[in-house]
Design a protein around this ligand. Structure first.
Ligand SMILES: [Zn+2]
Length: 190
């Protein structure tokens, strides 16, 4: 059940470990100008994650070029953060999937149970159905799925394209979305 993952601290720690690996690879690659990269994390105060994950969970990995004339910021892709959204990528994806085909009454119950207002849920749905589907990323990536993921049933149709149990599918989906969450692609992600 996808919903159980939302409250699973072990699952959220796994995402943090994966983000740390992605960040380490980004840092080892240096700046395009050749300069070394310094850590310049920023605090994101994400919402919708279980208690007890610690301060590290609030930090988005980011780097700044050490060369004074360059100072370029490089933000690696993340499995936790979808662009500048305050809600975690996991939440936006899973709740987006749960909204597929629901009645107004069920949407209200979902909103109450999660403590997230209906307008926010509606914005997420609109993001999946119109903003996400219009990104250059999706236009390229959609072609890789056979059968194609039905754009009117996103993100559920996307989760269904990956194999395994709920956790495997979600991680595969977050990895798939990761290019949308880092560097110059950030501007498309929200
Ligand atoms: Zn540089």
């Amino acid at each position: 059940m996808y919903q159980a993952l939302l409250a699973d601290a072990r699952f959220h720690r796994l995402l943090l470990d994966m983000d740390a690996d992605i960040a380490a690879r980004c840092r080892a690659g240096r700046c395009p100008c050749g300069g070394a990269l310094h850590t310049a994390m920023f605090r994101r105060k994400p919402r919708g994650w279980p208690a007890g994950l610690g301060d590290a969970y609030d930090q988005r990995y980011s780097f700044c070029c050490a060369v004074r004339e360059c100072r370029q910021r490089l933000t690696p892709p993340s499995l936790r953060f979808l662009g500048r959204r305050v809600y975690l990528a996991t939440i936006v994806t899973l709740i987006g999937a749960m909204q597929n085909g629901v009645t107004a009454a069920r949407l209200q119950r979902l909103s109450t149970a999660l403590g997230i207002d209906r307008r926010t849920l509606g914005r997420w749905r609109a993001w999946w159905l119109s903003i996400f589907t219009a990104t250059p990323f999706w236009k390229m990536a959609a072609a890789a799925f056979m059968p194609p993921a039905d754009p009117s049933r996103l993100p559920l149709s996307l989760l269904e394209r990956f194999a395994g149990g709920p956790e495997d599918r979600l991680i595969a989906c977050l990895r798939f979305l990761a290019p949308l969450t880092g560097g110059s692609a950030l501007r498309h992600a929200f």
